[in-house]
Design a protein around this ligand. Structure first.
Ligand code: AGP
Length: 610
C-alpha cells in the first residue's frame, strides 16, 4: 500500500503542499518518498529512500518550483526501498513522470517488450513500465494527447493501480486513473488535488469526488473530467461534502485502525494472490529440497506457522516443525545444522526472538528463508530467499490483515510444493486453485454478513470471565489466534487447545454458562469429532458458540450462538475466513469494555527486545 498525491495550484509552487499532503499519507507507506514538479517545460524530481522527514531534511522537498506536481510515499512491494526504486518514475526522455499505488501483475512481460523496443529501465519496480508505455504510445502517434496515451497504456496493464501522471508536453495537466487501488479528487477555489485518500487534502478542502474502478480523471486548471478507461466515455459526477475530521479520515472513517485493517483483508488477500511467481517457486524449491524444515515465529506469526505445518503436510506430504522463536535455541539450537532449513515468519521482520533464532541457525550453516511484510527489514536482508507479503503497513497493534496474508502465502507455497511433488490429483489442485482465488470475496462476505452478529455476540458475552477456543487440525491454529486476539485486545483470559485434548484435563474447568468457542468447518474429517467435543461440553452446561459454514444445521442445533461463513471452503484454507469473526469478536469485546483496540496496554507493534 503506498500513498499518491497530485496537485495543480493557480499561481504558487505546489511542492510544499505535496510535501505536507504526503505526510498525511505516511501511514500508507514510509520507506521512501519523492516529488516531481513541472516548471518551465521541465520535470524536476526529488526522491530518496527513508521516511519523509529524513528525505526532506536532506533534499528540502519544499524547495521545488512549479504549480503542477505529483508525489509518492512508498511501501515497497517490488524492489527494495532504495532511491532508485522510489517514485516518481520517468520515461526515457524524462518528460513523463508517474506515481503509482498497486501491483502490476504483468510488468515482467511489459518490461521485456519495452526493453526490446529500446527502452532503458533503471529500477526494479513494476511501476516503471507505466511511463515507458505512455512514451511508446506517444512515439507511435505524436498527435496523441497525454490522456489518449495514458488510456492506451492502462489497457495493457493487469493488476491494481492508482496512478497520477504529468508530462512536460502538457504542463498544465495531471492525468490520474484507478483500478482497485483507491483514488479521490479534491476541489478547492484555487487548486485541484488527486490522492490515495482524502486524508491528504482534507485540511485544504472537504469537497471530494470518488474516482471509481476503471475510471480516469483529467485535471487541468481547477477543472476535472472523468472518463471510462474502457471506452473513453465521459462520466458526470458531482462532488460530495465530507464531514470527517482529519483524524477520522486517516482511518478512512473507521473508528480504529484495527477495524479498518480487518476490513482491508479482501484487498490484502487479493494482493497476496499477485505475488511474483518467481519468488514463490524459488522458495518452494528450497522447501522441496530441504532435509528438515523449521517454521519459526512469535505470536500471531507463530499461529500462521502452526497452520502452515498442516498445509505442508496435507498438501505436499512435507513434515515441517513450527517452533516458538523464543524457545528455538533451547529446543533445537544444538541439532540445527547445514541440512536444516528455517522459514522465519515475521510481519515486522524485526522481532528480536525471531532474529535470534535465525542468527543461531545461520551460525550452524542452516538455510534461512523469510516471509515478512517489510521489504528492507532485517529478516528480508538475512534471508537466502524472502517473500514480501504486500499487506501494506499495519498500524493496529493486533495483527489481523497480516495474519491472513501470511496464511494465504503459506497456503500458496504448500500448493506449489504439492504440484511439484505430484501429491494431489489434478481435480483437487483445480478446486484448491479456484477456492484460493475466491478467498478475498469469501472474507468480504463474512465481514458484510456477520459483523453485526459478532457485535451482538460480544455484547451478550461481555461479562464472561474466561473463554475456551477449540479447533481441530489446521484450525487448532485458528483457535490459538482467536484466543490471542481476545486476550491482547479485550484483556479477557482465554484458553485454546486442540479440541481432542479437552478430556485430558481442561474440561474440568467447565461449569454451566462457560463459553466455549468452536471453529468448525464442514470439510475434512474434523467435523464429526468436533460435534462429539461439543456434546461433551454441552453435557456439562457450557455455552456453545460455533463458527460454522452456512447451512450446517447439525451444529446449529448444538449451539447457543453461531457465526456463519460461506460454505464449500476446503479445510486446509479454512483458517483464513474462519479467523475473521474471531478478530471482530475481540475488537467488539474491547469496545464493550471501553478499551481502545489500537492501543492495548503493555504491548508494542514490533517486539524488538528479547
Ligand atoms: C499479534 O497480534 C501481536 N501483536 C504479536 O503477537 C505479534 O504477532 C508478534 O509479536 C510477532 O510479530 P512479527 O510478526 O512482527 O514478528
Amino acid at each position: 500500500m503506498c500513498g499518491i498525491f497530485g496537485c495543480i495550484l493557480k499561481n504558487s509552487n505546489v511542492a510544499p503542499i505535496i510535501h505536507s499532503s504526503l505526510k498525511r499519507l505516511e501511514y500508507r507507506g514510509y520507506d521512501s518518498v519523492g516529488i516531481a514538479t513541472l516548471h518551465n517545460g521541465t520535470i524536476h524530481i526529488k526522491k530518496d529512500q527513508g521516511k519523509i522527514d529524513e528525505v526532506h531534511r536532506i533534499h528540502n522537498l519544499d524547495e521545488m518550483e512549479g504549480n503542477v506536481g505529483v508525489g509518492h510515499t512508498r511501501w515497497a512491494t517490488h524492489g527494495a526501498p532504495l532511491k532508485v526504486n522510489a517514485h516518481p518514475h520517468v520515461d526515457c526522455t524524462g518528460q513523463i513522470a508517474v506515481v503509482h499505488n498497486g501491483i502490476i501483475e504483468n510488468y515482467s512481460e511489459l518490461k521485456e517488450e519495452l526493453e526490446n523496443a529500446g527502452h532503458i529501465f533503471v529500477s526494479r519496480t513494476d511501476t516503471e513500465v507505466i511511463p515507458h508505455l505512455i512514451e511508446e504510445v506517444l512515439k507511435e502517434n505524436s498527435s496523441a494527447s497525454l490522456t489518449d496515451a495514458v488510456l492506451a497504456a492502462l489497457k495493457r496493464l493487469c493488476g491494481s493501480y492508482a496512478i497520477a501522471v504529468i508530462s512536460a508536453k502538457e504542463p498544465e495537466k495531471i492525468v490520474c486513473a484507478r483500478n482497485e487501488s483507491p483514488l479521490v479528487l479534491g476541489l478547492a477555489d484555487n487548486a485541484i488535488y488527486c490522492a490515495s485518500d482524502l486524508t491528504a487534502f482534507l485540511p485544504m478542502t472537504n469537497k471530494a469526488i470518488i474516482v471509481n474502478d476503471g475510471e480516469l480523471a483529467v485535471l487541468s486548471g481547477s477543472n476535472y473530467e472523468i472518463k471510462r478507461i474502457s471506452d473513453g466515455i465521459t462520466v458526470v459526477r458531482q462532488p460530495k461534502i465530507i464531514d470527517w475530521t482529519p483524524e477520522m479520515a486517516v482511518k478512512q472513517g473507521y473508528p480504529h485502525f484495527m477495524l479498518k485493517e480487518i476490513h482491508e483483508q479482501p484487498e490484502t488477500l487479493r494482493n497476496t494472490l499477485r505475488l511474483q511467481e518467481h519468488y514463490l517457486d524459488l522458495m518452494a524449491t528450497f522447501l522441496d529440497r530441504a532435509n528438515e524444515v523449521f517454521l519459526v515465529a512469535c505470536g500471531t506469526s507463530y499461529h500462521a506457522c502452526l497452520a502452515a505445518s498442516y498445509m505442508f503436510s496435507k498438501l505436499a506430504f512435507l513434515a515441517t516443525y513450527p517452533v516458538y522463536a523464543s524457545e528455538f535455541v533451547e529446543q533445537h539450537g544444538k541439532s540445527v545444522n547445514i541440512d536444516s532449513t528455517i522459514l522465519a515468519v515475521s510481519q515486522s521482520g524485526e522481532t528480536a526472538d525471531t532474529l535470534a533464532a535465525v542468527t543461531a541457525s545461520q551460525q550452524r550453516a542452516a538455510t534461512i528463508l523469510g516471509l515478512t511484510n517489510v521489504i528492507g527489514s532485517t529478516l528480508s536482508r538475512v534471508s537466502r530467499v524472502y517473500i514480501g507479503q504486500q499487506s501494506g503497513p499495519e498500524i493496529g497493534v493486533a495483527a489481523t490483515k497480516t495474519f491472513t496474508s501470511q496464511l494465504s502465502i503459506l497456503a500458496q507455497l504448500a500448493f506449489r510444493l504439492s504440484k511439484k511433488r505430484g501429491k494431489i490429483s489434478q481435480d483437487e489442485m483445480d478446486c484448491l486453485a479456484e477456492k484460493m482465488e475466491q478467498l478475498p470475496q469469501i472474507v468480504e462476505a463474512v465481514i458484510l454478513m456477520q459483523e453485526e452478529k459478532v457485535k451482538a455476540l460480544a455484547h451478550k458475552y461481555k461479562d464472561a470471565k474466561i473463554f475456551f477456543f477449540l479447533g481441530r487440525g489446521v484450525n487448532t491454529a485458528t483457535a490459538y489466534e482467536g484466543r490471542l486476539k481476545l486476550m491482547e485486545i479485550a484483556y479477557v483470559p482465554a484458553i485454546a487447545f486442540p479440541a481432542g485434548e479437552s478430556k485430558h484435563g481442561p474440561i474440568s474447568l467447565i461449569e454451566p454458562g462457560f463459553p466455549v468457542i468452536f471453529i468448525c468447518p464442514k470439510d475434512g474429517v474434523t467435523h464429526k469429532t468436533l460435534i462429539g467435543n461439543m456434546m461433551e461440553m454441552k453435557a456439562r452446561g457450557a455455552s456453545i458458540i460455533s463458527i460454522i459454514e452456512e447451512d450446517d444445521e447439525e451444529v446449529k442445533k448444538l449451539s447457543d450462538d453461531y457465526i456463519e461463513v460461506p460454505k464449500g471452503i476446503p479445510e486446509v484454507l479454512s483458517p483464513i475466513p474462519f479467523v475473521v469473526p474471531l478478530q471482530l469478536f475481540a475488537y467488539y469485546m474491547a469496545l464493550e469494555k471501553g478499551l481502545n483496540p489500537d492501543m492495548p496496554r503493555n504491548l508494542a507493534k514490533s517486539v524488538t527486545v528479547k
